[in-house]
Design a protein around this ligand. Structure first.
Ligand code: GTP
Ligand code: MG
Length: 136
């Protein structure tokens, strides 16, 4: 089985959508939430997390947005959970995301797209260490 690092972004917390999003993850058979914390992220944490996007035009606004309020960080474990949570989330751009997906149902613009989920086993292990160093 796999684990993945999920962030419910500041827009999800501000809009009161964390319960709704967590429900969608939680009711999936065979998946378990094994860590969950509400936390305001330090810039240094975000720089680590988004290192691959350094230098891109959306990088600064993204880091700014992600530190604009608390996020909910989770570890979710289970069968094919990396692919599965990204499937629940839908594509990065909410306009391209189908109804029924989290971003398709609630997303507004590409930066404020409610949820982050690791995109590979390598990313998941890297990101779990950043947000939950004790779970490395
Ligand atoms: P995450 O799960 O958050 O990593 O999203 P993703 O994997 O679907 O997208 P990616 O890793 O490519 O980008 C990380 C985040 O940067 C996205 O979730 C968006 O919030 C933001 N982002 C990505 N591409 C763009 C873009 O072209 N414009 C803007 N404004 N933001 C972007
Ligand atoms: Mg990504």
């Amino acid at each position: 089985s796999q684990r993945t690092l999920v962030l419910l972004k500041p827009d999800a917390v501000r809009r009161g959508l964390t319960g709704e999003i967590i429900s969608r993850i939680e009711r999936k058979a065979g998946w378990q939430i094994t860590a969950l914390e509400l936390r305001t992220l330090e810039r240094a944490t975000l720089e680590q997390h988004y290192a691959e996007h350094l230098g891109k035009p959306f990088y600064e606004p993204l880091v700014e947005f992600m530190s604009s309020g608390p996020v909910v960080a989770l570890i979710v474990e289970g069968e094919r959970v990396i692919e599965g949570v990204r499937q629940l989330a839908g594509p990065t751009d909410p306009i391209a995301a189908a109804p029924g997906s989290i971003r398709g149902d609630y997303g507004v613009i590409v930066r404020e797209n409610l949820i982050h989920a690791s995109d590979s086993e390598e990313s998941a292990e890297r990101e779990v260490k950043i947000f939950f160093p004790g779970r490395g």
